[in-house]
Design a protein around this ligand. Sequence first.
Ligand SMILES: [Zn+2]
Length: 238
Amino acid sequence: MPTALLFRDDAYLTETTATVEAVNERGGIILDRTVLYATGGGQPGDAGTLRRADGSMISIGTAIYDPEDKSRVIHVPLEGQASPQPGETVTVLLDWDRRLKRMRIHTALHLLSVVLSYPVTGGAIGDGDGRLDFDIPEGGLDKAEIAEKLNALVARNADVTESWITDAELDANPGLVKTMSVKPPRGSGRVRLVAIGDIDLQPCGGTHVRNTAEIGLVAVTDIEKKGKQNRRVRIALV
Ligand SMILES: [Zn+2]
């Protein structure tokens, strides 16, 4: 059974009850549903806790897609945790503080791709910071100038909304796919589009804040040259 990805429909959902479907040979726990984002698109998997019926807790370090069946999410427990039984009902609790920082940075990176409208070749999201790699033919990027433009977009208090279109509709609009190495999830027949007001529209399977106001002030902390045509731009929450 595929794991129901509740974070995809509501990134603000911090807990759910779930049923243990299986525990793999390495102790990874597969549930029928989850609020923990699974590693993908440059964003790390969420940490959290499984609360069992007797009140005891299982600490989860991260969530990943099962390499043997990508429709299932494996909850990877920290070392020395108890193992639940298949069929058991648990409550999944998200480490919300960490997730919210990642949502703020993730949404800010969408805006950064608007400020620097060059092809994106990679990206990563951390806890309160993140980066995008751009294919930029010329140098001369100015940290302060980029930060000013980025914060001006944040200050527009734009709503972030999500909608789904079919693969066929996306293929008919190839300009929507802005990123080169961070591809949107494909193959399920539909793709999720994320719009930030009238500022940005792109396919993305990640977690975002509901309004750019929630991002807060952002700093451009570093611009690094990664090869002849590549610039790595790092940002951080202030
Ligand atoms: Zn996104």
